[in-house]
Ligand binder design. Structure first.
Ligand SMILES: Cc1ncc(COP(=O)(O)O)c(C=O)c1O
Length: 389
């Protein structure tokens, strides 16, 4: 009765079941995986945000497949003010309700059923579902850790086949927190030229560079056909507002053709609603208030982690440049999932095992750095107790 593409395992995994049991028994939990900013006690000014949504113009329906011009201009202003991109043409933007929707538009644009997309490993677990829904096959390429994360270009070249259509980059990556370097960008452009591939670049965490260094956006990358995805879910910590976009750059002719085709995909759904598009300038402005608060929290939690890890030889954190997560390297005494369940049952602390993010081997836990600092401090202390340090 159902399509093969929806043949997913529908029952929850062991950790999710253990969390449900713990919640049902009213055990007090410290959740160090919180990635929803609206549950982490950081939120943009409610009055400003809510007032922006009450706009009489929203009573008029103006179906624009690429999104309302004023909203796209607000996105261009964001790139201008925050990333020194002075000439982004709003015509190169298509608004979507989420980056997930943007991924699905781009997959549909580039891939026939069975075509392949190269994805970093470890990375964000949602790709599997997005790919299944678009009948696309994901082929992983490894990121290697050696005093920082790097793309393994040998493996990337080996992973490419005649079916490959694009390379996904997450800049900075979730959960490794690594940005794509300038040298890697040049090598990736050469790779895309060699194999006629596009780049799909997820920049939702671009602004969260821990040392405050400005990192370049791929919206200016013109050497390959490039689709840059972002949105207010992370930029302004407003995931509930469902405002994201895809910006197309690259060789002029291909960009125009890609834009025209994307416009038809977007026109088919017309998924953007009027109140959010009209509020886009205000929603994007909120980043100026919320990003310093979040960046401060990321740094405070990271410093706390480092202080608790000093003199703990068996556990260390991996280098991180940006984003909301940190990876811990822990002793391998069993599977990471068993360790996470043990930690939950013994100490009421929730962390993610590395395999959620497709780490190739055991010994990795992922923590969210946007957790409340009091919870984070206590959670890390309990974690280290369980590790026996
Ligand atoms: C790398 C990455 N991309 C995209 C998203 C989701 O963004 P959106 O809410 O716009 O779909 C997330 C959410 O955590 C993410 O980690």
């Amino acid at each position: 009765m159902f399509s093969h593409r929806t043949n997913w395992r529908l029952n929850p995994n062991a950790l999710t079941r253990a969390i449900e049991e713990a919640r049902a028994s009213e055990q007090e939990l410290l959740d160090l995986t919180v990635s929803n900013p609206t549950e982490a006690g950081v939120r943009p000014d409610p009055e400003t945000v809510l007032a922006a949504l009450v706009n009489p113009e929203a009573m008029h329906y103006d179906p624009q497949p690429r999104g309302l011009l004023a909203a796209r201009q607000a996105v261009c202003r964001y790139y201008h003010e925050s990333h020194e991109v002075f000439d982004l043409d709003p015509e190169r933007l298509i608004l979507t309700t989420s980056t997930s929707e943007a991924y699905s538009y781009v997959f549909r644009l580039l891939c026939n059923p069975g075509d392949e997309i190269l994805v970093p490993k470890p990375s964000y677990p949602l790709f599997e579902f997005l790919a299944d829904l678009a009948d696309v096959k994901l082929v992983p390429y490894p990121l290697l850790y050696d005093h920082g994360w790097q793309i393994d270009f040998d493996s990337l070249y080996k992973a490419a086949t005649a079916q490959s259509r694009a390379v996904i980059l997450v800049h900075p990556n979730n959960p490794t927190g690594s940005y794509v370097s300038a040298a890697e960008t040049s090598a990736l452009n050469a790779f895309c030229r060699d194999y006629s591939l596009s780049l799909i670049v997820d920049e939702v965490f671009l602004d969260y560079s821990h040392d405050g260094t400005l990192r370049s956006s791929f919206v200016t990358n013109t050497d390959s056909l490039t689709f840059t995805l972002s949105g207010v879910s992370k930029i302004s910590a407003l995931p509930q507002m469902k405002l994201a976009w895809v910006a197309t750059s690259g060789p002029e002719e291909t960009v125009a053709e890609a834009g025209a085709r994307l416009e038809i995909i977007a026109d088919t759904y017309l998924s953007m609603n009027a109140p959010v598009q009209l509020a886009a300038p205000v929603l994007l402005e909120q980043r100026k208030q919320i990003q310093p608060i979040l960046l401060d929290r990321l740094r405070v939690n990271l410093a706390e982690l480092d202080s608790q890890l000093s003199n703990r030889p068996s556990c260390r954190r991996l280098q991180v440049e940006g984003g909301w997560y940190v990876v811990l390297r822990v002793p391998v005494l069993g599977t990471d999932e068993d360790l996470a369940i043990d930690l939950l049952r013994k100490m009421g602390v929730i962390v993610h095992p590395g395999h959620f993010y497709d780490f190739p081997d055991e010994g990795h836990l992922v923590l969210s750095l946007i957790s409340e600092p009091v919870d984070f401090r206590e959670g890390v202390a309990r974690l280290l107790q369980v590790l026996g340090d």
